[in-house]
Each structure stands twice: as C-alpha cells, then as structure tokens.
Design a protein around this ligand. Structure first.
Ligand code: LLP
Length: 370
C-alpha cells in the first residue's frame, strides 16, 4: 500500500471511527486472490481461504463473491462461513483434536472432513460409513516463518505418516469411506520454493503409493509468504507455479485423470491489505528508553509478542519528523506488550496516529478482550 497516497484517508478513518481501528483494502485482497488463482498454470486450480487468518464477515463475503471456498478449522468457523454465503460443498473442515460432538455437528452441516489421525478416522468411519473425506498427511518438511507456525516434520503433531498408509487403507475399506482428497499444510510464511515443492513431492508420493481410486483433488495447504519488512523480497510465485504444474501434470498423468489443485492461503490474501491504526496517548522518556504509549496492545495485535514478528509502523501524523528511537507499546500491564522495540520513527507526539502495517492476517482473529 502506498502510504503517502492513503495517509489522508487513513487519518480520516481514525478521526471518524476512533482508534484502535482495523482498516482493510479490499482491492488488494482481491488482487492477491487472483494472483494465487493464476500463478500455477493448471486449468483446475481452486482456492480455499484459510479464514482463521481473518474471519471478518465482510472479508468472507468479498472472497465468497470472488469464487473462493473455505478452509475451516472449527465448527464455529464453518457455521460463520455458511452464514456468510458459502455452501457446505465449498468448505473443507480441517479440525485438530476433534471431539465426537464436534464431529456430529460438522457432519450435519454437510462439510467435507479432512482427518489426520487414525483413531479419529476409525470413529468417523464407524459413525458415518460410506462418506467422502479428505486425508491430511505430514509433508515431512520443516518450513515456515518461525518454529511455532511450522506444522510439518518429525516433531509435528499434524498429519498422517506415510508408514500409516496400509492402516488407513484398511480403515477406509472397512467402512466404505471414499478418499476424495489428499492434503498437506507445511507451515506459514514459507519463503523457500524448494521446501514447498518437496512437500508437494512427498504428498504425491503418498498418493502414488496409496492408489485411492476416488480422488478429486490434491490440496497443497497454505503458507504463501508475504514480506513484512520494507525492502524484503517477494517470493516469485509464477516461477514456483510452473514447477508445481509440471509435477502435478505428471502425477495426474500417472493417476489417469486431471484432478483439482487446491491452495489454502490465509496470510497471503489478507495480511498486507490490513492496518491497525492506533493513537499515541503518552510519550514517556525513562533513563534508557522513549516509550510511545498507544491506546491498543497485544489483545489487538499479538504477533510481535508471540512470535517476535516485525510489523512496520508509520507515523501518519508526522511523516517528516526527525527520526528517533522508540519502543512502541500497548496499554496492557505487562512489559512485554510491545509492537516494536528500539524502532526508528519520525518524532512521535501525544495524539499522533500510527499505522501498524500488515495487520490483516492473524491480528484481529487472534485478538481478545484481555
Ligand atoms: N491450512 C491450514 C490447515 C492451516 O492450518 C493454515 C494455517 C492455513 C491453511 C493457512 O496458512 P497461511 O497461508 O495463512 O500461512 N498465527 C500465525 C500463522 C498460523 C497459521 C496456522 N495455520 C501467524 O500469525 O503467523
């Protein structure tokens, strides 16, 4: 987003609606959506928006109108998606540690289950024999922005393992379950193309070995990376897309049918389109620091505290002020409540409005009332 162009608009929004305020650029969300839809030259690409990134109903409706489906991870998410206009057939339900109650509720909603654990699979088969379902496998690759959001590899709780294929086949055969999709999710913010491809290769190997006859799709999961720091390079997705398409075409050839290729982006669609606007209430100089104290805090944007994530901050009210070093902090009674530490910013004065960028994914949705 070009801050200069939007500065007046953002200040006006902060004045009219008050702060803290999340603002979104819907054109950018749609642009990112189209990028993901087209970066892989395969005629049957589909996108399931990982709504955990941001379940704002306006964003859900926007993406529904654009033609997206949904990756839902809880019954609450599935119900909200249905209320926002998605049909049950457009929703893949990838829950973790699924209780029987949740299983029955989600089944009644009509969504497609994505299961990744043998005991849950058995239970599902006993209760709902002859059903369609998708299976999540461990991609056997460790990748992602930080250790907390890496979901593949030996130490991850997610996914079935390739050595469980025969057991999976035994359970699905016993209950007449039709495996219509195979899925991986490797992590969030994967910058290495090679890791993305290795994960896909591993899933396609599983697909080759398991020979499920009813496959309709292969789902690569989410994990597309966005730059958070100024000057950080963007991943060249069209280059990656060509590699993905070549591998996928070869697989479909072996399989004997062209399948749908699914992606589940969350961060890539919404992160850059969102900003959190906060107002500085106090500027406090201590012996060692200058704190810019805002009217927000980690209950609105927890990524810096939880992951040490960098979010770029702009002083909208004084863009040309002299640069000084600030700790930009929230109003919570914890010293860790920081949006940025030792950050050079144009002079901040009480009353200034700060724009915290890339706040469209995993900020509002990970928020709370603390
Ligand atoms: N599919 C599944 C099954 C997932 O678990 C996730 C994210 C996605 C898709 C979407 O991943 P994305 O494209 O957004 O990377 N709170 C962390 C991110 C956690 C992602 C968890 N799973 C953050 O703020 O970086």
């Amino acid at each position: 987003m070009d801050v200069r162009l939007n500065r007046e608009l953002l200040l006006e929004a902060a004045r009219s609606f008050g702060t803290p305020l999340f603002v979104y650029d819907q054109d950018l969300i749609l642009e990112r959506y189209r990028e993901v839809l087209t970066f892989t030259p395969w005629p049957k690409v589909k996108i399931l928006y990982a709504m955990k990134a941001n379940y704002n109903p306006e964003i859900l409706r926007l993406l529904q109108n654009a033609g997206a489906g949904i990756d839902a991870v809880s019954t609450a998410e599935a119900i909200l998606a249905l209320k926002c206009g998605f049909s049950a057939e457009q929703i893949l339900f990838t829950a973790n540690n699924l209780t029987e109650r949740e299983m029955r509720l989600a089944y009644a909603l009509g969504v497609l289950f994505n299961l990744d654990e043998i005991a849950t699979l058995r239970r599902f088969g006993e209760i709902f024999p002859e059903s369609d379902l998708c299976l999540r496998f461990n991609p056997e690759v460790v990748a992602g922005e930080n250790a907390k959001v890496q979901t593949g590899g030996e130490f991850s709780k997610f996914g079935l393992l390739s050595e469980q294929i025969s057991e999976v086949r035994e359970v699905t055969a016993r209950h007449g379950l039709r495996v219509v999709g195979l899925h991986i999710h490797t992590g969030s913010g994967i910058k290495e193309k090679s890791k993305f491809l290795l994960a896909l290769d591993n899933l396609l190997k599983v697909a080759d070995r398991a020979t499920f006859p009813d496959l309709r799709f292969i789902d690569c999961g989410g994990g597309l990376a966005v730059p958070y720091r100024p000057g950080e390079e963007r991943v060249d997705y069209p280059v990656l897309g060509k590699e993905i398409a070549a591998r996928f075409a070869a697989f479909c050839n072996r399989y004997g049918r062209d399948l749908d290729l699914l992606f589940e982006p969350g961060k890539y669609l919404t992160a850059e389109a969102g900003s959190l606007l906060v107002q500085v209430v106090t500027v406090k100089r201590t012996r060692r620091k200058t704190f810019a104290g805002t009217d927000s805090g980690f209950p609105h944007l927890i990524r810096p505290v939880l992951y040490g994530a960098y979010h770029h901050i702009v002083n909208l009210s004084n863009p040309d002020g002299d640069l000084q070093s600030y700790d930009v902090c929230g109003n919570i009674c914890e010293s860790g409540d920081l949006f940025a530490s030792d950050r050079l910013l144009p002079e901040i004065r009480p009353g200034d409005i700060l724009q915290i960028q890339n706040a469209g994914a995993y900020c509002y949705s990970m928020g709370g009332l603390y």
